[in-house]
Write a protein that binds this ligand. Structure first.
Ligand code: SF4
Length: 246
């Protein structure tokens, strides 16, 4: 049975928590903005608490944590670990709940990164499922803040005379619509987004360092500064200790 003692050392940080059963098996994996608050909430006895939660609390004999750098990292880690371990209570509790995905459409020359609620059989790549609409939307927003990728819908046909929207003027999009960025350079950004979604934080980080240094060596200082900003933003969101990947 889950007790106060089991969670007294829970850190007040974002991360993922694991409820273990008597045999050591993981019963449930969850994410939290504040691990301490979230795990404590399981001890609040309310009349409307679902029966499945009561059973989970009853059968839990140990709690462990993986601290993350941010809520976003916790969201991705939770999704990957649930897929890997398939804990029984995650399956039971997610029944009937809507799930969300991050979709990157590779049929486009200039793919978008967007939130969807269903997978369609096409060549787009889907990441998830995630069980929070808000957290998924925030994750996409973070990617848009790190990388100047487009947010406009549909296919674009780049043309020199096209006038880019305000996002270009606030440095939030490199304006492929107006041919201001090549297909290769744009797709390199998308590759970095995919790398982060796959948990390859160190690889993406190293690749950005290399891009920054080669831009500086070619005396493209504005470009080097843009890569430096991306590096700093990524450092604020992800840890580079890839301890949970085999
Ligand atoms: S600048 Fe162009 S490509 Fe970027 S979001 Fe605006 S319209 Fe789309």
């Amino acid at each position: 049975m889950l007790t106060q003692e089991m969670i007294q050392d829970a850190p007040s940080l974002p991360g993922v928590y694991f409820f273990h059963g008597a045999s050591g098996k993981i019963l449930y994996i969850g994410k939290a903005k504040c691990l301490r608050k979230r795990t404590r909430s399981y001890l609040h006895k309310t009349k409307r608490r679902p029966f499945k939660i009561k059973r989970l609390v009853h059968w839990t004999t140990d709690v462990q944590y993986q601290v993350c750098q941010s809520e976003l990292e916790a969201l991705f880690l939770e999704s990957r670990l649930i897929k890997e371990h398939q804990p029984s209570y995650n399956t039971a509790l997610k029944y009937g709940r809507k799930s969300w995905y991050i979709r990157v459409d590779f049929t486009e020359d200039f793919p978008t990164v967007e939130q969807v609620s269903e997978i369609k059989p096409n060549t787009a790549r889907y990441f998830g499922p995630f069980f929070s609409r808000r957290w998924t939307a925030e994750a996409i927003d973070v990617f848009h803040r790190i990388f100047p990728i487009r947010t406009c819908e549909g296919t674009i046909n780049p043309h020199l005379e096209f006038r880019p929207c305000f996002r270009y003027h606030i440095n939030r999009c490199e304006a492929p619509c107006a041919t201001y960025v090549t297909k290769d350079a744009y797709q390199a950004m998308i590759a970095d987004v995919v790398g982060l979604l796959e948990g390859n934080y160190a690889e993406v980080f190293t690749s950005l360092l290399m891009k920054r240094d080669s831009a500086a060596a070619a005396l493209q200082f504005e470009r080097a500064a843009a890569f430096q900003k991306q590096i700093e933003r990524i450092q604020n969101v992800f840890t580079f200790l890839d301890v949970y990947r085999k």
